[in-house]
Design a binder for this molecule. Structure first.
Ligand code: KG4
Ligand code: ZN
Length: 333
């Protein structure tokens, strides 16, 4: 079965075709970074308009790349939430109209579920259940993934998400949007730092996170520094080290609490090299296994939506209603 996937929850337009037997046939992505950079962050209205411009060209591209036509499609999966309401409406209206015109089912996909399943798309031997660390621009959660659609939240952030903390810390030192990956690259290049940042909420039991204090700590450190390139790199290093150590401490607790040594890292911060290395090393020590999606499937993309849609279609799910319904907020559990 051919499933078209459409992602438009934030600042990336992603379109892909996944085949139930052959796997991922094609995927295409348009990033809106250039559109939003001058504004220092995502402007929702501009995001919606940009999705309108790119959905049809990207659809044509994936059909060409997969050597198939619209008539070959068996279903269309789209991100129904959570995300920016206007951006979600563009993708879902497009998906549902096309599905209606082709008389095939549409499937409303939860964006975070798609992130959780992205590693499975490339690793068929990664079976349920597993523990997932979901670290993106909007989320920081530890989740026990029991089965498709069965998710138990083990821990959540009380304030900023990890990606958000990376982006805000970058911004306060004048690093342009999207600051997270640039801050991470600076940290990776810096050999040593004189600064030590706190490891928030690790001195008490539990799996909750809090990252907003780190950002304030970074601001105070930056204001007391020479505010030069060296200080920027040293603060980036201290910040990243603190974030990674905090995440590892909580992941250890989650693995102990569930007794499950299979870990999946999902979401945009899963692209962070130092986090990957630290988790791989620790998992090796305890005889467990950690799975990461390829870098291109860590951040937002259409392939993960097509894959999640395919799994749900195979379970017999579909939505043939004509209306369009999206959710800016939508708890995963
Ligand atoms: O999953 P994603 O593409 O979008 C959301 O659904 O949020 O995640 C984007 C987030 C941004 O905050 C970005 O700064 C962060 O992931 N990110 C990184 C890295 N690459 C992307 N954070 C740290 N290190 C990276 N290498
Ligand atoms: Zn995402």
């Amino acid at each position: 079965m051919f499933v078209l996937g459409i992602e438009s929850s934030c600042d990336e337009t992603g379109v892909a075709i996944y085949h139930s037997q052959k796997g991922l046939l094609a995927h295409a992505l348009h990033s809106q970074i250039d559109t939003h950079r001058v504004h220092g962050g995502v402007v929702p209205e501009l995001a919606s308009r940009d999705h309108v411009n790119y959905l049809i060209p990207l659809l044509e591209q994936v059909l060409r790349d997969a050597s198939c036509s619209k008539d070959d499609l068996d279903a269309i999966a789209y991100t129904a939430g959570p995300g920016l309401i206007g951006a979600l409406l563009v993708g879902s209206s497009f998906a549902k109209s096309l599905a209606y015109a082709l008389s095939i089912p549409a499937l409303a996909i939860h964006h975070l579920e798609a992130h959780l399943l992205a590693a499975q798309m490339e690793n068929p031997r990664l079976d349920f259940p597993f523990v997932a660390l979901l670290v993106s621009g909007g989320h920081c959660q530890l989740i026990e993934v029991q089965n498709l659609g069965q998710y138990r939240i083990l821990g959540d952030t009380m304030d900023d998400a990890v990606g958000e903390a990376f982006d805000k810390t970058a911004k306060l030192m004048g690093i342009p949007y999207p600051g997270g990956p640039i801050l991470a690259a600076l940290a990776d290049e810096c050999q040593a730092t004189p600064y030590r940042f706190p490891r928030p909420m690790t001195d008490r039991p539990g799996l909750e996170f809090s990252f907003s204090g780190l950002k304030t700590f970074a601001l105070n450190t930056w204001n007391k520094s020479n505010k030069d390139e060296q200080a920027k790199a040293e603060i980036a290093k201290a910040f990243q080290t603190a974030v990674i150590e905090t995440l590892i401490i909580k992941v250890k607790r989650a693995v102990e609490a569930t007794g499950n040594k299979r870990l999946v890292v999902a979401g945009g911060v899963g692209a962070n090299k130092a986090l990957r290395i630290a988790l791989i090393n620790w998992m090796q020590q305890i005889g467990g296994e950690v799975f990461f999606p390829a870098l291109e499937y860590c951040t937002d993309n259409g392939a993960m939506i097509a894959y999640a849609g395919c799994l749900r279609l195979l379970k017999g799910e579909q939505d043939r209603s004509a209306g369009v319904e999206v959710k800016a907020r939508w708890p995963l559990a």
